[in-house]
Write a new protein. Structure first.
Length: 148
């Protein structure tokens, strides 16, 4: 059983564009467990942290304003990301790093997520986001399906 995530750092990013909004980025770490529920050695900790940070920078630079979440799990050979307000905390776009280049997977996945929720592939638009949230958000109503 994994341990509870621990907050490593918090970063406030002040809005820098017209129509933008202030954002708080949380960096958390979840230690792996041993079979007896102890804390296992994590040789991927630093690499996972750096890769998740790079993913967030990429997503935020190409799709500004969207509140992404990114997780790296190099021990499993995957990374995953989502927009939790829309997709909840259990549904993710997963990239298998053994079969897909990271940049290719980010382009495809982010585009698919935004397209499915009918959101623009550019700057954040509050009206379309609020519409998507009202119709599809799984954060509160977990039984909602992700649009196809």
């Amino acid at each position: 059983m994994p341990h509870d995530p621990v907050e490593v750092r918090q970063q406030v990013i002040e809005k820098d564009t017209h129509g933008g909004h202030d954002t708080i980025l949380l960096h958390k770490y979840e230690a792996p467990s041993t079979p007896d529920s102890g804390v296992a050695e994590d040789s991927y900790k630093e690499a996972d942290s750096l890769l998740a940070q790079r993913m967030m920078e990429w997503l935020r630079s190409r799709y500004p304003g969207f509140l992404w979440c990114a997780i790296s799990d190099l021990a499993q050979g995957i990374v995953k990301f989502n927009i939790p307000i829309l997709m909840g905390v259990t549904d993710w776009w997963v990239i298998n790093l053994r079969t897909t280049e990271l940049a290719e997977g980010l382009v495809e996945g982010a585009g698919q997520i935004l397209e499915r929720y009918r959101l623009p592939r550019g700057r954040f638009e509050l009206g379309s986001f609020l519409d998507a949230r009202e119709k599809h958000s799984k954060l509160v109503v977990q039984s909602r399906a992700i649009p196809e």
